[in-house]
Design a protein around this ligand. Structure first.
Ligand code: HEM
Length: 410
């Protein structure tokens, strides 16, 4: 039986600042726009949610922010709102080094690591992958088309970013089934079998470390080789840091893209007129993707307070967790006109779906490229498609995404 944690309201939080609503446990059939409207209309910009999340090792409630401006304030100030330990992975497997680097680290190490990674994930660097990414996309869409119908999640969304990760890291493409398995155990954990998640983490760590060994013998033009040769402050980086970087690149680049694509293709399947406008128009696709990311932001992150402070009328204590559900934040009426409307031509669109401040997603150029290419290739081969009739779509929280997306076409 799944254990429901007991909500606890700590002494420094008042009843009025507490809202039981838990964004992570929305009913899988709920209407997201309705839920986000309810949050934006009824919840304060910051409130305390006393119910701990079920996933990983978080056992306390947390402050939740729904204001775009406040979120930016928190995300820009690592001195007050730290990232150390936010992923919870190292704690879960009892490792004495950080496993999600750079997500789980603060200055002074964080900017040095970012600097090291930046050139490999810059717009120029990822543009060089465009040809290979397009081939993978085209092949997947062709295979799906031949079937006459597909579960977009299983047949396309899960495979595509996994193959791109293997390409980027310089690992054999045939391994994608194994990586998909580990990824599922890691990111959609079974609360009744936490050992499965731990085993998946350790298998990924092991595969990444074996990858370093392989690249020492046979270097390539890939990220694993870059990590093998990486230096900080004029000296080689430690094996732990290298492992944490390999692990974060794996976790960061897979489920995010997979789930984001689920919302993009659900929207396209339901809007023939948008498909028509976007087909053959990469600029329009680029804008449209930003809007779907705004209204259907897949991630929620957190920070831990490094000291006691008064923050916009609430008392935050050292160690308190501050949660940032980007989907709610990106629907803040103070920041976006008609925030619940999906306007594929919205400009400017200053959403924080890739976060904000020093930890802003370093893979965002790659993510945008992957998603644009897949939409281009799909619309080219399959301009007409719809959700299979009679299907009731459900989604999972944690990293928001559809469980299945059965599509069909004539
Ligand atoms: C649509 C797809 C993606 C979304 C929505 C997304 C979202 C995010 C967000 C919100 C953060 C910051 C979390 C925080 O502030 O605590 C982040 C960080 C990160 N992402 Fe992504 N991401 C995506 C794709 C990717 C890809 C493809 C890669 C792989 C290259 C990647 C690698 C990373 C890394 C390494 C970080 C840590 C950056 C740091 O801590 O400085 N992401 N991502």
């Amino acid at each position: 039986m799944e254990q429901i944690p007991t909500p606890v309201i700590p002494g420094h939080v008042s009843e009025e600042q507490t809202c039981p609503h838990n964004i992570f446990t929305l009913s899988p059939e709920s209407d997201i726009t309705e839920e986000m409207s309810r949050i934006q209309e009824n919840m304060p910009d910051i409130f305390y949610n006393p119910t701990p999340q079920l996933d990983r090792s978080f056992t306390k409630g947390a402050w939740v922010i729904t204001s775009h401006a406040m979120a930016k304030e928190v995300l820009s100030d690592p001195g007050t709102f730290s990232s150390v330990g936010i992923s919870g992975f190292a704690e879960l497997v009892n490792l004495d080094y950080d496993l999600m680097i750079p997500i789980d680290i603060d200055p002074p190490l964080h900017p040095k690591v970012r600097m090291m990674l930046r050139e490999y994930l810059s717009p120029k660097a990822v543009a060089e992958l465009e040809g290979d990414i397009r081939l993978l996309a085209r092949e997947l869409v062709t295979k799906a088309k031949e079937k006459g119908s597909c579960d977009f999640m299983l047949d396309v969304a899960q495979i595509f970013p996994t193959q791109i990760f293997l390409l980027l890291m310089g690992l054999p493409m045939e391994e994608y089934h194994q990586f998909l398995e580990w990824e599922a155990d890691l990111l959609q954990p079974d609360p009744n079998n936490i050992q499965k998640t731990i085993d998946a983490i350790m298998s990924i760590v092991d595969r990444v470390q074996r990858g370093f060994e392989e690249k020492r013998k046979n270097p390539g033009n890939d990220l694993l080789t870059m990590l093998v040769n990486a230096e900080i402050d004029g000296g080689p980086i430690s094996e732990e840091l290298r492992t944490g970087l390999g692990f974060n690149l794996f976790v960061g680049g897979l489920d995010t893209v997979i789930n984001q694509l689920s919302w993009v293709f659900k929207y396209l399947a339901e809007h023939p007129e948008s498909r028509q406008k976007l087909r053959g128009n990469p600029e329009a696709i680029t804008l449209a993707l930003e809007e779907i990311m705004r209204t259907h932001s897949v991630l929620t992150t957190r920070r831990f307070a490094t000291k006691d402070l008064d923050f916009h009328g609430v008392r935050i204590k050292k160690g308190d967790s501050v949660e940032l559900p980007f989907m709610a934040i990106n629907r803040d009426p103070e920041a976006f006109e008609c925030p619940m409307n999906i306007d594929l031509e919205r400009k400017p669109n200053r959403h924080v779906g890739f976060s904000f401040g020093p930890h802003t997603c370093i893979g965002m150029h790659l993510a945008r490229l992957e998603m644009r290419i897949l939409v281009e290739e799909w619309l080219e081969q399959l301009p007409e498609f719809h959700i299979k009739e009679g299907e009731k779509l459900t989604f999972h929280a944690g990293i928001f995404g559809l469980d299945r997306l059965p599509l069909e076409w004539d």
